[in-house]
Design a protein around this ligand. Sequence first.
Ligand code: UD1
Length: 423
Amino acid sequence: MDRFLIRGGKKLHGTVHISGSKNAALPILVATLLTDEKCILHRVPNLRDVRTTLKILEYLGKKITYQNNTVTIEANGQLKNDLPYELVKQMRASFWVAGPLLARFKEAQIPLPGGCAIGVRPVDIHLKGFEKLGASCETQAGNVLIRAEKLVPAKIVLRFPSVGATQNLLMCACLIEGETVLENVAKEPEIDDVISFLTKMGARIRIGEKGNLIVQGVKTLHGAEHTVVADRIESGSFMLAAAATRGDVTVADCVPEHNAILLEDLQEAGFTLTVGKDSVRVHAYDGEIKPLRICTAPYPGFATDLQAPWMTLMTLCTGTAEVDEAVFENRFMHAPELVRMGAQISTEKSLARVTGVKKLSAAHVQSSDLRGGFALVIAGLCAEGETEVERVYHIDRGYEKLEEKLTALGADIRRYNPDKNEF
Ligand code: UD1
C-alpha cells in the first residue's frame, strides 16, 4: 500500500489550480442513468471515487470514455437495476444509483452501504423518501429491494438535510409525473451543480422558499453537456495547508464564496487574504494564530470535510481552540495521530480541545479517512523531520494529483510503496 514521505518545514508558495468537485462529479455521473442519450462531462477529477463510480456505471450497462478529465457516457444496451456488494462497499455514494434506477425501472436492488470509519451513516432518510414516493423498501440478506407499482409525487420533509438523500430523491422525482416538493434539503453548492446538470437534461426544478426544491416531473430526460464546479473542499484544504506552513499561496480556479465561513475564520485567526473573483491568496504570516471555536454544520456552515485540516492549523495556535463536530459522530480519528506528532488535543464526544504547540514533530502516522488523511499531510508539511503517512489510498479518494500540486508549491513529498520497495 502506498505511503507518503514528507520532509516538513518548508513554507508553501506559488499558485495551485483547483480540480472539479468530487462531491458534485459523483452525483452528476449517477444522474446520467436517467437517460439513454449521450452525456459529456468536463472537469471530472481523476480520483479513486470517480473511477469506482465509472465502474458502477459500466456494470449497470453504460459505455464510458474518460480522457483528460472529460467523461463521455453512452447507452450500451439495456441497463441493469442491481449492484453487487463488491462495488458498493468501496464507496458509500454508490447507494445514490437507487433514485435514478427506481425512477426508470420502478425497481432497484442495492446492497446497504453499512458503516464507515467516520460514523454509522444510515440511509433511513433516503428510504423514507422513496416510501413517500410510493415505493416499498425491504431489506433481505444485506440488500435493500426498493420497488413501486407506480411512483407518485409527494411532499417530503427530510428529518436532517442529508446531502446524499437530497440528491437521491431529487433525481428520482425528476421522472415522476406531478409536483414533488422536498423540504429541509441540503443546500451545498454541489446540489446546485446537480440541479444545473439535471436542468440541462430537461428536468424542471425550482428553488422555492427556504430553499425547498419543487420538481415538476417529466416523462423523459435527454443527454447534456456540463462542466463540474470547482472543488470547495480541495480549495479549503490548500488554503489551510498554506496557512499552517506560514506560506504564501494563491488558490486559483475556485469559487471563493463557497468557502465564505472558512475565509472569515482564517482572517479572524490572523491571516491576510486577497479574495478575487475565482481565487484566494493566503498571504505569508508569521504572527500568532488566534484560537477559535468552530462548529461544523450543513452548508453554509463550517464544512465537516474541512474540520480535520482546520484542526491541524489549530494545533499551532496560541491558546486553546475548540472544534465541535456536529455532523458526524466519529470524525476525530486524526486527533490521536496528530497527538503522536506533538499536538495537544483532548476529545470528549463531539468536542475537541486543541491547545496550540510551538512546533509539530515528524512521526509515522496512519490515515483512516479521506479528510483526516489530508490533515496528517498538512501536519507533515509543518513538522520538522520526515513524516510517513500510511494508507494513502484514503487520501487518493478525494485529492487529484496531490503530490504534483504540493511539489509545485515547494513541498518535499514523495509516494512510496514498501511492498514494491521502490520510490
Ligand atoms: C456527503 C459528502 C461528504 C460530506 C457529507 C456532509 C459526498 C460524496 N459526500 O456525504 O463528503 O462529509 O455530505 O457534508 O457528497 N444521515 C442519516 N440518515 C441518512 C443519511 C444521512 O442519519 O439517511 C446522517 C449521516 O449519518 C451523517 C449526516 O446525516 O451523520 C450527514 O450525512 P449526509 O449529508 O447524508 O452525507 P453524505 O451524503 O453521505
